[in-house]
Structure formats: C-alpha cells, structure tokens
Design a protein around this ligand. Structure first.
Ligand code: 4AD
Ligand code: MG
Length: 427
C-alpha cells in the first residue's frame, strides 16, 4: 500500500484516502468530533460526523487518547480556514496503538519536565518546526561549501591535544594513555587546506563548559571552513556571504516553520551583505558609550555581545582583538590578533569565531611556549609551517547558536534534538 503523507493532501481533493498518524488534539460538539491528526509532515483536521460513521466508530473517536497512533479514512475536502487548506470528512477511524496518559498535555509545562520528556516533546509542532529549520541550516551549509569549491574533510573526535584552551577539555581513557574529545577540527582543517586548498569539516565538538548560560552546550555541532592563501579580510568576506546564504535559504524554504515559531520574519529579511565590520577598539568605544565599563584588553562576554548587537540590524563582525585574549594559533598583527568574531543580531551572541592563522614557525612556537602548551603534541601541527607554509584563514560557526538566532529561541537547549548540558545527559 502506498503511504499518503498529509503534506501531499492537495493531490487528493475529492478523493477517499486513508491517513496514518498521531492524534495530537481533539474536541467535540454534539454530533461532531474534530480529530487533529499529524504525521510528521503536516497536520490535518478529520471531522467525524455521527451520520457518516457507525455508532462504534463515533464512540471510539470520542475516547481515543492524545498521541495514540491512528488510521483515519475519509474524503479530502477543501477548507480555506485550515492551515493546510483541506480537511478530511471521516468515514472510518481505527486505532493502531493506544497512548494512555501521555505526559505532555496541551497545558503549560515547566522546562525541567519538558527536558525530562525530550524524546516525546520533540513531537510538538513547535519542536518539529525547529528540527525542520535546523535541517535546512545544515543542508544550506553543505550546499554553500560544496558549490564554492570546498572539499569536505572529516576531523577526528579523539584528539591528543587541545585546540581552544585546556580549561574545558573532556578527558577520556584511551588504552594506556589519555585522549580528549575534540573542541574544534580547526588544526586538522589547516592540514587539509594544504592538501585540497579549500576544506571544511562538519561535526560534533565538545567542551566541558562549567557555566550554565543560555548559549553553552557541552556537545555542539560546528562547521569549520579553512582556506589556503587567504587573509583575515578574505575570511570576513566568506563569513558574510555564507551567513547571508543560510538565512535566505531558510526564508525561502521554511516560512511556515518560522510562522509556527512566531519569528519576526522582517528581521531576517534584512540579513543582506555587507555586514558592519568594527575593530575591537571600536567595540570597546561602543560599550563605554553605553555605560558598560569593560576595560581595554578584556574579552567580551554575553552581556557585552548583546549591547554591541543592539547597535546593528544585521550580524556585526568584530575584528582584531588583543592578542592576549585569543588562542595560540592566531596570526599576530601588532599587539592584535588578525581574528574575527561574528555576533548575531538581537542578542543571540557570538555565532562565528575565526581568523587568519600564524604561518611563521618561530612565532607559532613562541606562542605555544608562552601559553605553556605541551610542545611535543603539536609537532605535527608545526610541520605545516616547516613544509611549504602559506597564509591561510578559516572560521567555525556554531550550529546551535545559529538555529537559536534564526528561530528566535531564548536558549540553545531547544536547538538540538537531545541537548547535552552541564546538568543534563538524558534522555
Ligand atoms: O570561537 P570558537 O571557540 O572557535 C573555534 O573553535 C575555532 N577553532 C573555529 C575555527 O576557527 N575553525 O567556537 C566557534 C563557534 C562559536 O562562535 C559558537 O558559535 C560555537 O562555536 N560555540 C558553542 N556553541 C554552543 N555551546 C558552546 N559551548 C560553544 N562554544 C563555541
Ligand atoms: Mg570564540
């Protein structure tokens, strides 16, 4: 039997069809039961009229509990007031599997309760819309790089060394030695860029973040392009073209999902190149003007990023931070690093971190020593500077912060199907 999905219902106007799905809501009035059916692709209302079905079916339709799986047969009728434009005039209703006492009811639940039931919560229409947007973002990322001459190169998950500082490493036993879960595939992408010119990796990354903020997960997904013969300005050009593409793809394909999420779409329609570019020094000035007294030389946190983002109607690129607050691999430019952070609008925080890499062997070695990093585990990385070193640059975009911004979600925990947080590792 060919399965008919609700999404395709317009092809069956006037015809009798059998749909399968889950009953997500229902109401009754006298001789009518209105069953709300969802099958993951879309939703439709089935109208069970007492005069059209047997007495048993009419009684059954009244008793089926929420989230039971059901099969409903009926005629597809045009119905302009429904979201999908059609409804089903039911002639038969069968239960596939009864769901007694489904824990998530249409009433409000607390976050902890919903997180404990994340495996069921995903079925709600809002969560489904988020999954759809996340999928679109990931597909757009892949399409963008695949059509811009990049080669996908997978980075390892078990690593012998840190990339983004040693304070938030997850350590694990690795036979008779230790390994760390990767914080970033960047160092491997630098090796890959020397092999294929333009490389990118896309995968999960791990950080033992001990802070409970709305922007931090312990496991998150990152895409990391790396380009040979590129400088910090090429890097910023790439980042803004890339972010514009992702947003415009979501607008083109996922309008209904954004509407389900009640996202202010006009704010997203604005996301067009060029993005504003300001130096760290200019960012400090903005902060001081707004009454935030972050001293020159300090890194920005979530509060500072929010204040800066309020000044712009699209992502803002902050470049050239003081060398001291950035990682060892950054290319030095005076006392600054040739780096860039892209801050999302509307207070969603840093979505991209990247920049040009130090290509000089001696300067890089000095930095590794200065930061007290174990030189011996970076021997392979230093080889890249010994054998045909060239200027190169790249960045990492965090998927969850991008999803949070585009969907307008206050916390990253809803942007990933099964979030991993400091205090959450189930379900
Ligand atoms: O700025 P970060 O630490 O940069 C790097 O890891 C570079 N090695 C990337 C590169 O140049 N190839 O992280 C990049 C992005 C952040 O801007 C943010 O979007 C996301 O990764 N991110 C997190 N997202 C969720 N939870 C966390 N704990 C995150 N830490 C970083
Ligand atoms: Mg960063």
């Amino acid at each position: 039997m060919k399965k008919i999905w609700i999404r395709d219902i317009k092809n069956y106007e006037g015809k009798e069809v059998t749909l399968q799905g889950w009953l997500y809501n229902k109401r009754s009035s006298g001789k009518l039961h209105f069953l709300q059916l969802r099958d993951g692709t879309a939703e439709i209302q089935a109208v069970v009229f007492k005069g059209n079905v047997s007495e048993e079916v009419f009684d059954l339709a009244d008793r089926i509990p929420q989230e039971s799986s059901v099969e409903i047969t009926g005629t597809v009728k045009k119905h302009d007031r429904s979201k999908i434009g059609y409804e089903l005039d039911a002639t038969d209703v069968k239960v596939i599997s009864i769901a007694n006492d489904y824990p998530i009811t249409p009433k409000e639940h607390g976050t902890h309760f919903l997180m404990e039931h994340r495996h069921l919560w995903l079925r709600s229409l809002k969560q489904k819309a988020i999954l759809n947007v996340r999928h679109r973002i990931i597909k757009s990322i892949r399409d963008f790089f695949d059509s811009h001459g990049f080669t996908l190169v997978d980075a390892p998950i078990f690593t012998p060394n840190a990339c983004e500082g040693t304070t938030n490493l997850f350590e694990t036993d690795y036979f008779d030695t230790k390994a760390y879960l990767t914080q970033s595939g960047q160092l491997y992408m630098e090796a890959a860029a020397m092999a294929v010119g333009k490389a990118y990796c896309f995968g999960p990354t791990f950080r033992a973040e001990k802070s409970k903020t709305r922007r931090h997960l312990t496991e998150f997904w990152m895409v990391e392009p790396e380009v040979a013969f590129a400088d910090i300005y090429d890097d910023m050009d790439l980042a803004e073209e890339f972010v514009e593409y992702i947003v415009q793809q979501v607008l083109e394909h996922n309008r209904a999902d954004l509407e389900t999420l009640e996202r202010d779409i006009s704010k997203l329609e604005n996301i067009k190149r060029p993005f504003p570019r300001i130096s760290y020094d200019e960012a400090i000035e903005i902060l001081h003007k707004k009454g935030n007294d972050t001293p020159w030389g300090e890194d920005f946190g979530g509060d500072e990023e929010t204040l800066i983002s309020e000044e712009f109607d699209r992502p803002v690129m902050i470049h050239h931070y003081p060398m001291a607050v950035k990682a060892f691999y950054m290319k030095q430019d005076g006392n600054k690093a040739a780096c860039v952070d892209v801050i999302a609008p509307e207070g969603y925080g840093e979505m991209i971190g990247g920049g040009q890499r130090e290509e000089d062997l001696d300067k890089l070695l000095a930095k590794i020593k200065e930061q007290g990093l174990p030189e011996e585990v970076f021997d392979w990385y230093l080889d890249l500077r010994k054998y045909g070193s060239v200027p190169h640059a790249g960045f990492g975009l965090g998927i969850e912060r991008t999803v949070a911004w585009i969907c307008g979600l206050p916390h990253v925990r809803e942007t990933i199907p099964f979030p991993r947080l400091m205090d959450r590792i189930r379900p």
